[in-house]
Design a binder for this molecule. Structure first.
Ligand code: GH3
Ligand code: MG
Ligand code: MG
Ligand code: MG
Length: 327
């Protein structure tokens, strides 16, 4: 009947786009008070090779949902008065985004107040099925939700990957200029709100052009990678490192005044000077850096002014003979 209608309207039959590629077996949590009803649901769904856990109380259900291993929750509206809706709203307001977006399929009684179903849909329940359960209908609605979940998970992974790529320097793995520009102002606002100082260190490798010219660009790249690794190892995890130019890196240090920032910068400087860099084609090379340090003024909100002061201090370090720290 459906096909006839489609061809009469001149529409192509809907292509089974996802169903061929995306596995529709899922991990399902069934929340149903009655053991017999729960068994019936498992029986209906087992032809699709899902892994199914059943649970008979809402407290147990919330714990199970917390484990974040499920692709779908099937919740019976016949649970103790109000409990089903409360469980749905607890899932939808969960701190974990992946739990919060867990598909929910509601099982409703025929005589169930339609108002309750409407309320559940308003809470963000994805779909519902009326009892008595029709095997094919339940199976199909479950497959649809699981397919949706898979698709959603893949989209999110792609999205997170794009964000990471767009904010990272491909060679060294530290943040890039764009990320720094976006986040430095935010970090300064946070520092102001908390009435804490924030320092930046502007680091520039000395005579890097000479190194490139003598040993080649590939050797220069190896030095940049090792340089970034040493920086990472020398800093706290909440300090931000960004590569903002060829051989120029910026470190942003929250909750750090000028005295500590100078000590950190001095440590970075000696970590480079004390151990020569090992480069494939060139063997061991001495590498030094010049660093300019600046601290935010109370109430200061512009990251670019702060960076400019650090850059100017770095320039003085170069003028003063390189391989040194200036503020
Ligand atoms: P100074 O001590 O005054 O900082 O001298 P310098 O040679 O380090 O500074 P300059 O700014 O003159 O040269 C920086 C060099 O960095 C020039 C460029 O060839 C090199 N460079 C920029 N990006 C890259 C990169 O991604 N890889 C490599 N290997 N070299 C790069
Ligand atoms: Mg330069
Ligand atoms: Mg340089
Ligand atoms: Mg430079």
């Amino acid at each position: 009947v459906r096909e006839e209608t489609s061809s009469r309207l001149g529409l192509a039959a809907p292509a089974p786009v996802m169903s061929q590629e995306v596995a529709t077996e899922g991990r399902i949590l069934v929340v149903e008070e009655s053991t017999i009803d729960a068994e019936n649901i498992v029986n209906i769904l087992k032809v699709d090779r899902h892994s199914i856990a059943t649970i008979h109380s809402t407290e147990g259900a919330l714990q199970a949902v917390n484990s974040n291993v499920f692709d779908l929750a099937i919740i019976s509206l016949t649970l103790m008065e109000g409990d089903a809706l409360r469980l749905c709203s607890q899932i939808r307001s969960h701190v974990n985004e992946s739990v919060r977006s867990l598909p929910i399929l509601l099982l409703a009684e025929d005589e169930e107040d339609i108002g309750k179903i409407a309320k559940a849909l308003d809470l963000g329940v994805n779909d519902y099925v009326m009892r008595p359960l029709e095997r094919q209908e339940l199976q199909a609605r479950v497959r649809t939700q699981i397919r949706r979940r898979r698709y959603q998970t893949r989209l999110r992974a792609n999205f997170e990957e794009s964000i990471a790529l767009a904010s990272t320097d491909a060679l060294t793995g530290v943040y890039n200029r764009r990320y720094l520009d976006v986040h430095l102002d935010q970090m300064m606002r946070n520092a102001n709100d908390a009435r804490k100082p924030l320092s930046v260190a502007f680091c520039d490798i000395d005579h890097f052009k000479r190194l490139n010219d003598t040993y080649g660009h590939a050797a220069g790249d190896e030095v940049l990678v090792e340089f970034a690794n040493r920086m990472r190892r020398s800093l706290r995890h909440f300090d931000m490192i960004a590569r903002i130019g060829g051989e120029e890196f910026v470190v942003v240090m929250p909750d750090t005044g000028i005295d500590v920032a100078l000590k950190v910068a001095e440590r970075l400087r000696t970590r480079m000077e004390d151990d020569p860099f090992t480069v494939t084609a060139a063997g061991e090379l001495p590498v030094t850096i010049s660093i300019g340090v600046a601290v935010s003024d109370p109430g200061e909100v512009s990251g670019s002014d702060l960076l400019r002061r650090a850059d100017e201090a770095m320039y003085r370090a170069k003028q003063g003979g390189r391989n040194r720290v200036e503020a």
